[in-house]
Ligand binder design. Structure first.
Ligand SMILES: NC(=O)c1ccc[n+]([C@@H]2O[C@H](COP(=O)([O-])OP(=O)(O)OC[C@H]3O[C@@H](n4cnc5c(N)ncnc54)[C@H](O)[C@@H]3O)[C@@H](O)[C@H]2O)c1
Length: 146
């Protein structure tokens, strides 16, 4: 390649300049993104907002409790391992309440202490409603310690 050719040289410099400008623009846009500059609404105590952790919120009772809480203007975090519950129920709730500050779903097993500690360190809850269970009538007699 002959870099001594002034036409080619100016074309190359132009491309480098354009790439640098685009990179700078991307950095500015990323820095101004609200999701990066402000903390998650679930991680702070917001005055006037009560944040409830609903365990087993993908299940029958938990999803109905969540619906009621959201209708009553609570902020809700659902934790469920989907062993029994239905992600479809969570999606219905997310469609009914699309504001991302109202409802978050965390896929986790409450039997995993590390996950539970992480959830409590990253979120600020005002109350917990515990519905996660392995509680069918038959299995509660056949395998009561499960
Ligand atoms: N369904 C009823 O009519 C009824 C009536 C009275 C009391 N209850 C009680 O309410 C509670 C919930 O019952 P349900 O009918 O909603 O049950 P469900 O099976 O529909 O829901 C339980 C949820 O807990 C989740 N889960 C189970 N183990 C988990 C774990 N280790 N980590 C995270 N999530 C986990 C499941 O995936 C499921 O979504 C139970 O304690 C039950 O005894 C239910």
């Amino acid at each position: 390649m002959d870099y001594a050719d002034p036409k080619r040289k100016s074309g190359f410099v132009g491309k480098v300049f354009l790439a640098a400008a685009l990179t700078a623009l991307c950095i500015i846009m990323i820095k101004q993104s609200p999701s990066l500059s402000s903390p998650s609404p679930f991680s702070i105590h917001e005055p006037g907002v009560t944040h409830v952790l609903v365990t087993g919120g993908a299940g029958y009772i938990g999803s109905h409790a969540t619906l009621r809480l959201l209708k009553e203007s609570y902020r809700v975090t659902i934790v469920d391992n989907l062993s029994r519950g239905n992600l479809g129920a969570v999606k219905v709730l997310q469609n009914l309440f699309p504001d991302p500050r109202r409802l978050q779903f965390i896929y986790a097993d409450l039997g995993d202490a590390k996950s539970v500690n992480k959830i409590f360190s990253e979120n600020k809850f005002d109350a917990v409603m515990h519905f996660a269970a392995v509680a069918y009538v038959g299995e509660s007699t056949q395998d009561p310690l499960k």
